[in-house]
Design a protein around this ligand. Structure first.
Ligand code: SF4
Length: 404
């Protein structure tokens, strides 16, 4: 017999262990892999351009890639798009317009989505930057690295100090939001020079600044023949100076390397750091997509030619690797992202994003707390100051036992 007075409106689906109540927010990352030339410290999937970039063929491959990916994200709203590289500003304004039209046509892109494009000062042309803005890019991320020509030369960059300033000023005139990327602990850099770079950046007034420690990545020319870098103590002094200088100028340090004026945090990167979903399109692009009963990562061929050949060929998927996250992967990957956030996370976010109860991480949380690397209240888990400065040590505590 049916109980007609029963109220079914508050019923929620009964979840099996590891299932998600609702999909996380969705972002889209598009990789444009070419650069004018390869910088000697760079380990990104970037390729020196030889002759003309095959822009139209690559856009055709991105179109096919997106079409093949649609079943995984169907109907979900996209809150941010990030066009990264490589040097996406090598693409024409018309090419970026074509790409954004494609994304808007096939996906439900929020009308207020944050749309970021990475650009390098060495490719700056006013008309091209204007065309990016007119295509719908509302946030420009500019790879300044330094305002000192000597350091730019040591980094193998194609721009000098004057070009860095000119590109930053034009970007600030044209775009709603601008991020300037800076690096510190550069070859033979002094503390005063690192401070000068920051003060120059602050004087231009960007909404967002990123300050990265130059590191020697394996399989790069810098790793093979290291330049004379500041020692660890000098680099740590630069980091502390950067944090104090930016705080004094009103920038909130919200992630390991990211600083923003109030309300200007990067929506796209916050989605990564809160273990949101993202669809990756393009050569070497990775995605992380959740279905109600699983979370998977997909990776595409890294080399642009191989990617285009695969996607435009007979293949029925655009990714050539897929990996389903185990319970311990979910714990580690969530912590690896969320503990980068200076203000940490609400414990309920862990359960919503991983589908697991927080008690599965209890042993590691207690151990990190006991070592002074983590602070906990019922509503918040965050790295202590020591935890922020020894982040790798903190994250290692969440590695699955067989990987530690
Ligand atoms: S411009 Fe950026 S992506 Fe390109 S090689 Fe240099 S560091 Fe790498």
């Amino acid at each position: 017999m049916v109980n007609e007075s029963a109220d079914y409106t508050s019923l929620t689906r009964v979840l099996m262990p590891g299932q998600l109540q609702a999909p996380p927010p969705l972002a889209v990352y598009v990789h444009l892999p070419w650069c004018v030339r390869k910088c000697p410290y760079c380990d990104f999937n970037s390729h020196a351009q030889r002759g003309e970039i095959p822009e139209q063929r690559y856009l055709a491959a991105l179109t096919r890639d997106l079409e093949l990916s649609l079943p995984l994200v169907w109907g979900r709203e996209v809150r941010s798009i990030f066009i990264g590289g490589g040097t996406p500003s090598l693409f024409t304004g018309a090419g970026i317009d074509q790409l954004l039209c494609l994304l808007r046509t096939l996906l439900r892109v929020s009308p207020v989505a944050e749309i970021t494009l990475e650009a390098n000062p060495g490719t700056f042309e006013m008309a091209r930057f204007k065309a990016f803005r007119d295509a719908g890019v509302n946030r420009l991320s500019l790879g300044i690295q330094s305002f000192n020509s000597r350091h730019l030369t040591a980094l193998g960059r194609i721009h000098d100090a004057a070009e860095a300033r000119a590109a930053a000023s034009a970007a600030l005139e044209l775009f709603e939001t601008v991020n300037l990327d800076l690096m510190y602990a550069l070859p033979e850099q002094t503390l005063a020079e690192a401070r000068q770079d920051l003060e120059t950046a602050i004087s231009l007034g960007p909404a967002h600044l990123s300050a990265y420690h130059l590191t020697l990545e394996p399989n790069t020319p810098f790793a093979a023949a290291p330049p004379p870098l500041p020692d660890d103590d000098a680099a740590a002094d630069m980091q502390l100076m950067a944090e104090a200088t930016l705080a004094g100028a009103g920038y909130r340090h919200y992630e390991t390397s990211a600083f923003a004026l109030p309300g200007q945090e990067c929506v796209h990167n916050l989605n990564y750091w809160t273990f949101g979903d993202y669809l990756g399109l393009g050569a070497g692009a990775h995605g992380k997509l959740s279905q109600h009963d699983r979370i998977e990562r997909q990776a595409r061929s890294k080399h642009p030619q191989a990617y285009m050949d695969a996607v435009l060929g007979e293949s029925e998927t655009s990714w050539n690797e897929t990996r389903r996250l185990t319970r311990s992967d979910r714990v580690f990957e969530f912590m690896m992202n969320a503990l980068r956030l200076t203000q940490g996370f609400d414990p309920r976010l862990f359960e919503a994003r991983t589908g697991l109860p927080l008690r599965v991480a209890e042993t590691a949380l207690q151990a990190a707390e006991a070592r002074g690397l983590l602070l906990r209240t019922p509503d918040n888990i965050r790295p202590s100051e020591q935890g922020r400065h020894f982040l790798n040590e903190l994250l290692q505590m969440f590695l699955p036992e067989d990987a530690a």
